[in-house]
Design a protein around this ligand. Sequence first.
Ligand code: URA
Length: 231
Amino acid sequence: MRRLDQLLSNLGYCSRREARDFLKKHAVTVGGKPARNPSAKAAPADVLIDGEPLDHPDGLLLLINKPLGLVCSHEEREGPRVYDLLPERWRARNPQVTSIGRLDKDTSGLILLTDRTELVHKYTSPKHKVPKLYRATVDRDLSPELIPLFAAGTLVLDGEDAPCAPAELHLFPDAPRTAELVLTEGKYHQVRRMFAATGATVLTLHRVQFGRLTLGDLKPGTFREVTESEI
Ligand code: URA
C-alpha cells in the first residue's frame, strides 16, 4: 500500500503537491470507489485513472537502441539525452528513469533504461560481470596478437592502476579493421582506451549485446520493454 500522492508522483502523473488537483481533474478510483484524498493509501493494482490501470506500477525496464549523438547523462547542458526519446510521463517518474551503465555520445547501440534502482545496482556492480559485446571499427589493420593480449587480463589503461579484466576479442579476416570485443566490466571509455593502448583509434563503436539481451531488429532511436523472463 502506498499513499496516492506518492504513487501518482512515483509514476509521473503529477508531483505530490499537484496530487489534490489531479484527483479533482481526473476520475481516480480505488477498488471502484472515487478517491479524493491524496494521503489515502492504496494498492497500485486497485487504482484506476479515468478508467485505465496505472502505467507500469512495478517499474520500467526498457531496451533502447541508442543513436549516435545522444548522452546517457541527465544534464541537459551535455546535449540531447536518451531520455528525451521517452514519453513525457515516463520522463517525469520518480525515481527517475536512468541508464544501466553508460554509452558515450559517440557510441550507438544497446542500453537498458530503468527506474528500478535495484536493477541499476545489480547490473553495474563489478561482482555481476555481465558480458557486453561491442563492435568497433578502427583506423588500422588489427593484429591477431591482440587476442591473447586482451585475454590475459594484464592490460593497464592510461591513468589506471588495476589491469583490465580478461576480454574476448574476435577479428574478421575479411575486415581487418573491424573487431568484436566482449567486456565484463565498464571502465570509463574502456573499448576506446583498450584499442588506444595498442596504438589503434576507434572510429565507430556500437554495442550489440548486454548479457543475453540483443537489439534484434530494433531501429535506432526506438525502444522496447524487457520482460522479467529475459533478465
Ligand atoms: N567503451 C567505450 O569506449 N565507450 C562506450 O560507450 C562503451 C564502452
